[in-house]
Design a protein around this ligand. Sequence first.
Ligand code: GRF
Length: 202
Amino acid sequence: MGIAVLASGSGSNFEALVQASQEGRIPAKITLLIVDNPQAGAIERARRLGISFEVVDREAFAQRADFEAALRTHIDKSPPALIALAGFMRVLSPDFVSAYPNKILNIHPALLPGFPGAHGIHDAYSYGVQITGVTVHYVDEGVDTGPIVLQEALAVDPAKSEEELEAQIHQIEHRLYPEAVRLHLEGKLKVEGRRVSSLRTQ
Ligand code: GRF
């Protein structure tokens, strides 16, 4: 079973997952990319990397349920071991989430529960936090609220710009997401309520 990645934007995390899989740091292949936005940079990366992709344009559906039915049709053609959200800018319905229990991961560019939503890096930077970071979590019905799998903190250097902070955050993401995916696929994550225990080995 492979990994399906859902993305809306540039796709750098998607590419980091593909690279990790090719280098054997993840014990599965990325078998499918789905984007909800025909302009997503992730599409070009999928072409270059030779990964199958589908464009399921959210704007083409009046109802979220129909959009999600189309997503599910593509995903279920070859049921994945994991669905990895990587910059996917849509909130998934409880119906969708419950169809894949403990099988959907998301990456967020801040230390949750601080600064959820679409602008985590900007919001944390503008707030003036001294510590920020990256969170990988299972997806539940809320926005960035699911059980936390891994977090990594980063001290904000006051001499650096928001763009520099963003680059640092992305560097952490590209390392942390493959690690969380590996732990999930190796069965090393145990979810009990809000708590995820992990056996982190090399
Ligand atoms: C990342 O910062 C991720 O944490 C957030 O959206 C951004 C996606 O970036 N959810 P990319 O498309 O993977 O480059």
